[in-house]
Ligand binder design. Structure first.
Ligand code: ATR
Length: 270
């Protein structure tokens, strides 16, 4: 039960092996965690070979989070609600358990960054898989209002409807965004290519936080846009570390300290 992996495609630049190895070292646990490239059309095959090799637990990243959901025999509530699995593990009877730690990872990192949440006006840009996984955890924090804005308006509306029983959440198209948010979370994949959807100049309230789920060596375009308007910006590296810590906890029942790991990664990225 000491073999772990992250499955993705591509996966070479994944920081997960580094993160989990630092966790293991910190807690004096002996384990092996590696990156495994799964073929785009055969995630199930890659998972089977992993089990054959004695694998026990895994993280799943793009583009396999949906397939991991289908593959799991049992789902945690967080995975069921998110419609995606980022953490897999073997159950006692050889069954496969799937959970999702992305949402709790985002919330813990937002708390670290002292983001306005309870009673706040929160805007999420994008309505893809990454957003579906975080809507419920965000609503659980009790924002005054959660707005999901997306290039394809219908996707945002549909997503908001799926969670409307949990709080005040609405879906709109990007041109309908009007100002006055305390927290804006960018979850568009456009960010990867350095693109930013058009945003109004009065987007932020005083004391707001701009959070980008993306991370990289340099500040993302969204963080730069926010900073140019005097608003603090944070990237998603902390979310990555926090979701990893929650996965580690599921597998090993021990909780690593995340702050030193985030600092170490930050130093390495620069
Ligand atoms: P992920 O798992 O990262 O969320 P996804 O499910 O493909 O990936 O979703 C990508 C998100 O980025 C979507 O909200 C997408 O908008 P559409 O639903 O309209 O496709 C958004 N996105 C991608 N490229 C964009 C761009 N150039 N401008 C604005 N939004 C963009």
């Amino acid at each position: 039960t000491d073999l772990y992996a992250v499955f993705g495609n591509p996966v070479k630049h994944s920081l997960s092996p580094d993160i989990h190895n630092i966790f293991a070292e910190q807690l004096g646990e002996t384990l092996h965690y590696e990156a495994r490239l799964a073929p785009v059309d055969d995630f199930a095959g890659a998972w089977r070979s992993f089990l054959d090799d004695g694998g026990y637990g895994a993280n799943v990243t793009l583009p396999f989070k949906q397939e991991a959901l289908d593959l799991a025999d049992t789902l945690g509530v967080r995975a069921r609600r998110a419609g995606a699995v980022n953490t897999l593990m073997l159950g006692r009877r050889g069954d496969i358990f799937g959970d999702n730690t992305d949402g709790v990872g985002l919330i813990r990192d937002l708390q670290r960054a002292r983001a306005p949440l309870a009673g706040a006006r929160v805007l999420v840009l994008g309505a893809g898989g990454a957003v579906r996984g975080v809507v419920e955890p965000l609503l659980n924090e009790g924002p005054e209002q959660l707005v999901i804005a997306n290039r394809t308006e219908a996707r945002a509306v549909e997503l908001a409807e799926d969670f409307s029983d949990l709080g005040t959440v609405s879906g709109i198209g990007l041109p309908a965004i009007s100002g006055g948010f305390d927290l804006v979370i960018n979850a568009t994949s456009a960010s990867l290519a350095g693109d930013l959807p058009p945003l109004p100049d009065d987007l932020f309230n005083e004391g707001a936080l701009a959070y980008d789920m993306m991370y990289g060596v340099e500040s993302t375009v969204f963080m730069q846009w926010a900073r140019a308007r005097g608003v603090r910006g944070t990237d998603g590296l902390g979310m990555l570390v926090e979701q990893a810590a929650e996965s580690f906890f599921l597998w090993r029942q021990r909780r690593p300290l995340t702050a030193p790991v985030l600092m170490a990664l930050r130093a390495r990225l620069i």
